[in-house]
Design a protein around this ligand. Structure first.
Ligand code: SF4
Ligand code: SF4
Length: 181
């Protein structure tokens, strides 16, 4: 697993956002009620494949202020958003919601892995995250599916504007020395 390598200065700036997140979700209080049962991690499909991704530990590190190492790693981006952890936690701790908010905080500052930025660019350009090839059309035809819908760039732009996708990509470029957002 490669490291995201977030600069020390940016880590300091992130502190405020993470602290706000901890307060909004009352994480310090909820962490005290966590049974440490491991149901969240034990049910997590990503943890099964990649033990470095441990939702219980990530939530605890946010609550205890020791989140720097996981923020500084691409594991923060592995969640599959299945919400099994949220559904199964006996204490109803919002594990997946909190981890999603962490990624939102990172993305706003342009901290996201190259592969995700690349997929965002592809979606903006063609409406699909995988590289387009004629093979896609052939496979759709083979399975009796209609041709892929034509990408409506104008309508899609509205969605991208709402989710500030351009801002995220520009912030990443600026962080990496490619110009200001
Ligand atoms: S939502 Fe994310 S953290 Fe929770 S079980 Fe699914 S993959 Fe794991
Ligand atoms: S499932 Fe809930 S109570 Fe159990 S370890 Fe995870 S966060 Fe704590």
């Amino acid at each position: 697993m490669s490291e995201a390598v977030v600069e020390r200065k940016v880590l300091q700036e992130l502190e405020e956002d993470i602290q706000r997140l901890v307060e909004i979700y009352e994480l310090e209080r909820k962490a005290a009620f966590c049974y440490q049962c491991g149901t969240c991690s034990g049910s997590c499909p990503v943890f099964m494949a990649e033990p470095e991704y441990n939702p219980r530990k990530m939530i605890m590190s946010l609550a205890s202020g020791t989140w720097q190492s996981f923020i500084n790693s691409e594991v923060a981006w592995l969640c599959a958003m299945c919400h099994t952890c949220l559904e199964r936690c006996p204490q109803r701790i919002e594990v997946s919601e909190i981890l999603t908010e962490v990624r939102n905080i990172l993305a706003r500052r342009g901290i996201l892995p190259d592969i995700i930025a690349e997929k965002l660019r592809r979606v903006m350009e063609r409406g699909m995250s995988a590289p387009y090839s004629k093979l896609i059309d052939k496979r759709r035809a083979r399975y009796g599916l209609p041709p892929a819908p034509v990408f409506d760039a104008e309508a899609a732009k509205l969605v991208f504007d709402i989710f500030a996708v351009n801002h995220v990509l520009a912030a990443k470029k600026a962080r990496e020395g490619g110009g200001s957002p």
